[in-house]
Design a protein. Structure first.
Length: 454
């Protein structure tokens, strides 16, 4: 769901409206107008009926906004940053930076919204009688808003994700079992059951002439099933990232050179750059240029080209950067050897082959890390790891196989296919305490957790 348009801020929280909100505003206005026409037709003119219907619809969404603000303010009190509140087709959602670190804190946040709605319902219904003595119209508006806030509170307390009641179930199971993941699995299962129930009841209502009510129930059921399916896939991806080891998916995107290799021989390796010149033809082209390094034409180096690791009589010495061919005069290419211009292997981003994939995802979540050097038990190079291999292994584990052309494109771009947000999944695992950051990665600094909805 997109961000929508920002209206204003409350306690630093942006309040937004998604374009789909106007659809539900229109539907609510039509429903209220139909209701008021049956009750207030003799009291209000035609234009008055529409104005009262629109005002009621807007006040209803003010109630929804207050419901989400209840979640947001309690989340802030728990030390959780709230990124935004957005009104959309199915109501509202508060997007938070991370989940509460404790089960009781998560329980308080989940209950805050229904508590606000229930409080509003009781206050509005208590004011119906005195308001009706002042104005029949005002009394009817308060009745409608009171009843709908009561329905909003009770509906959201149904025990299944993505409803608040599902978050309550998750927090309670988390508190009892000590496992946030177990709570999520139970709540997600409850949500799937409620979604199927809503679809069934909606179909029955449609067959019996229920019209909008049946269609609305089916829409809610469809939305709930989609949310449950997405959550199940996230859980499967998280499990795969924990279970699969780097050694299971690593490849070998490096070439091994002897330290005695001359720079002339290095320049003839294929491929070196993506400029279309390879081997002797490129060597001749470079040799024809002035022999000053400053005057050599800029030759773009492919960040996805194989790394060039250097050995000296069976011992790893380091790696060579092809930029040396641009920095040195051509006349030195026959006398200088790669062993004279080495960088330590420690300068390459690396990971142990026994590490879980989630650690690799976190390390590669930087634009200057196209791949990782995989190190064996003795700390020696055994392979490399890139983003496409990680994505392919995870998708295979959860039973998804992408077309070969899509994977080929991902390899060309060294990215995750279909914009797979594995880094965000890992951050959510860290924020929830499902995995612990190793000391080495913690020293580099962990990126912030992604947003999630309330």
């Amino acid at each position: 769901m997109g961000e929508g348009w920002q209206l204003f801020r409350v306690r630093g929280i942006p309040l937004r409206i998604h374009p789909t909100w106007f659809l539900i505003l229109l539907a609510a206005t039509l429903a209220f107008e139909r209701h008021y026409r049956q009750i207030l037709a003799t009291t209000l003119p035609e234009a008055g009926l529409w104005l009262v219907a629109l005002a009621t619809a807007l006040l209803l969404f003010v109630s929804v906004l207050l419901h989400e603000l209840g979640h947001a303010l309690v989340a802030l009190s728990q030390g959780v940053r709230v990124r935004s509140i957005t009104l959309f087709l199915l109501g509202g959602v508060a997007s938070v930076e991370r989940e509460c670190p404790t089960a009781l804190g998560a329980l308080a946040v989940a209950l805050a919204g229904p508590f606000v709605s229930l409080t509003l319902a009781l206050a509005l219904l208590a004011g119906v009688h005195p308001a009706a003595h002042q104005s029949v119209v005002l009394g009817e508006i308060l009745t409608q808003l009171g009843v709908l806030n009561l329905v909003l509170a009770l509906f959201n307390l149904l025990p299944g994700l993505p409803l608040d009641g599902g978050l309550v179930v998750k927090a309670l199971v988390w508190q009892v079992t000590g496992s946030r993941r177990r709570g999520l699995v139970v709540a997600n299962g409850c949500g799937r059951f409620l979604s199927f129930l809503a679809l069934g009841l909606g179909a029955v209502l449609l067959l019996r002439g229920g019209g909008i009510s049946g269609a609305w129930l089916m829409l809610l059921g469809w939305f709930g099933l989609g949310a449950a399916r997405n959550q199940s896939q996230v859980l499967q991806v998280q499990q795969a990232l924990r279970d699969i080891r780097v050694k299971d998916v690593s490849r070998r995107r490096f070439r091994v050179l002897e330290a005695s290799t001359t720079l002339r021989q290095l320049s003839r390796l294929e491929p070196i750059t993506p400029d279309g010149l390879a081997g002797a033809s490129r060597d001749a082209a470079w040799a024809a240029e002035p022999r000053s390094a400053a005057s050599l034409p800029p030759a773009p180096l492919d960040p996805l080209a194989d790394w060039l690791l250097v050995c000296d009589r069976g011992r790893w010495r380091g790696f060579i950067d092809l930029s040396i061919l641009q920095e040195l005069p051509v006349q030195r290419w026959d006398t200088d050897v790669v062993g004279d211009h080495l960088h330590p292997l420690g300068d390459l981003p690396s990971i142990a082959e026994s590490a879980p994939l989630w650690q690799a995802v976190l390390q590669m979540d930087q634009p200057d890390r196209p791949r990782l050097l995989v190190l064996g038990p003795a700390g020696l190079p055994s392979g490399t790891l890139e983003r496409p291999e990680v994505a392919e292994a995870v998708l295979k584990r959860i039973g998804l196989r992408l077309p070969s052309q899509l994977m080929a494109t991902a390899r060309e771009q060294n990215g995750y296919p279909l914009g797979l947000a594995l880094a965000q999944v890992v951050r959510s695992m860290l924020a929830a305490g499902d995995v612990q950051l190793p000391d080495a990665l913690a020293a580099e600094g962990s990126p912030p957790a992604p947003s999630s909805g309330l």
